[in-house]
Write a protein that binds this ligand. Structure first.
Ligand code: SOE
Length: 386
């Protein structure tokens, strides 16, 4: 298979990130099958036409069914708000299309399982957008763990901190409505941490958490947009139905201990997605705001030079780095999506499932719901019991 003809639903934040990735893959990864940007879909005709032109899609439509049922589309890419994922993914699978879906896979564990079952029955490829796995520095952390260079893992400590809700007058966007978003910081930010934990350390055995909604009511926005939503001073207020912050502790199946913190109230933190892993032979530290770097410490370094060293993951030894610039020439957020699409295209080339896929999406949802249940019942919960 040489080309993969893509139809994409949604053209806002993630739609733009994915479009950019489709454009860059053929230029920097010419050995992969080419994603052909066939059709983009959005509800507002004028805006979706504008996006099609700006991002480089051949055509646009306002009904996602047209795209899903088009014989010209091989892969359906879902970037619509979370409550739309299930219907589109099920229809795409039934139409025999491969499916690429932004996280979270669905609003609930039951819905995620239904989607997984549908793609498996259809025998199509499926991928979920946990993009942070694809930072070369994160791939390096994975390699060090996998090769045993950090020894036995004792701790995984992760935090995803943003601050766009500190202002109590920030409007009630869809991200703050449970029926559209599924959950708040937990599903939006915590989901990434859970996926990184699965990727880097392994499955969680049990979890216990706590959460808070600091501002209970917010002004209704003029238009239901995402992070750029605006409300006027006299807008009526309505209830926030998701968590503002969720923290939890976990025990991994391999005996490691984990702590996780997701919040949109950490003033000064715009997008601090960080983790540390401590093992018997060393440690690593990652901070997305310095995404090209991995801090690495090895216990067997000579005593007089012990300490964390800063490894810049831009050398040919590092994942994806050779396709980019000479060593030391750094990359950014958008590259995580480009690498994600490289994995997807490679899966087409090798005729296998891409990773992460909907199994990872379901596993993440299982942990999210186990944490919610632990909060409700104030006790430890095993995700696999759900
Ligand atoms: C907004 O909170 C957001 O864009 C998330 O939706 C993303 O998944 C995360 O990568 C960054 O923050």
């Amino acid at each position: 298979m040489t080309d993969v003809r893509v139809g994409m639903v949604g053209y806002k934040f993630m739609g733009k990130a994915h479009s950019h990735a489709y454009r860059d893959v053929p230029m920097f990864f010419p050995e992969q099958p080419r994603p052909i940007m066939k059709m983009i879909c959005g509800r507002n005709e004028k805006n979706v036409q504008k996006a099609a032109h700006q991002f480089g899609w051949e055509a646009s439509c306002t009904d996602w069914r047209d795209l899903v049922n088009s014989p010209e589309i091989d892969l359906v890419d879902i970037n619509a708000p979370s409550d739309a994922h299930k219907e589109i993914a099920l229809a795409a699978a039934r139409a025999g299309k491969h499916v690429f879906c932004e996280k979270p896979l669905a609003l609930t564990l039951d819905d995620s399982r239904e989607i997984l079952q549908a793609v498996e029955q259809a025998g199509v490829k499926h991928m979920i957008g946990f993009n942070y796995r694809f930072a070369p520095a994160v791939q390096l952390a994975k390699k060090l763990v996998e090769e045993g260079r950090l020894g036995d893992i004792h701790h995984f400590r992760a935090w995803f901190l943003q601050d766009w809700l500190v202002d109590p007058d920030f409007p009630l966007t869809w991200r703050l409505q449970k029926e559209v978003a599924g959950s708040g910081s937990h599903g939006d930010l915590g989901a990434h941490l859970i996926d990184l934990a699965h990727f880097l350390v392994g499955d969680l055995d049990e979890v216990i958490g706590m959460s808070e909604t600091f501002v209970k009511e917010r002004p209704v926005p003029k238009e239901m947009t995402g992070l750029s939503a605006q409300a006027s001073a006299d807008s009526p207020k309505e209830k926030v139905t998701v968590d503002d912050a969720t923290l939890f502790m976990a025990r991994f199946k391999n005996g490691a201990l984990g702590s996780f913190e997701a919040t949109r109230y950490a003033a000064g933190h715009r997008c601090t997605n960080s983790f540390e892993i401590n093992g018997s032979k060393g440690s690593v530290k990652f901070d997305f705001e310095r995404m090209n770097e991995l801090q690495v410490y090895f216990t067997d370094d000579a005593g007089d030079v012990q300490g964390f060293r800063r490894v810049l993951a831009t050398d040919p030894d590092h994942a994806y780095a050779e396709a980019w610039w000479p060593p030391g020439h750094t990359i950014g957020y958008e590259h995580t999506f480009i690498h994600e699409v490289v994995e997807l295209m490679t899966a087409f080339q090798e005729d296998r499932q891409p990773v992460p896929n909907f199994h990872d999406g379901v596993k993440c949802q299982q942990v999210l719901e186990a944490v919610d249940l632990s909060i409700e019942e104030r006790r430890w919960i095993k995700p696999e019991d759900l």
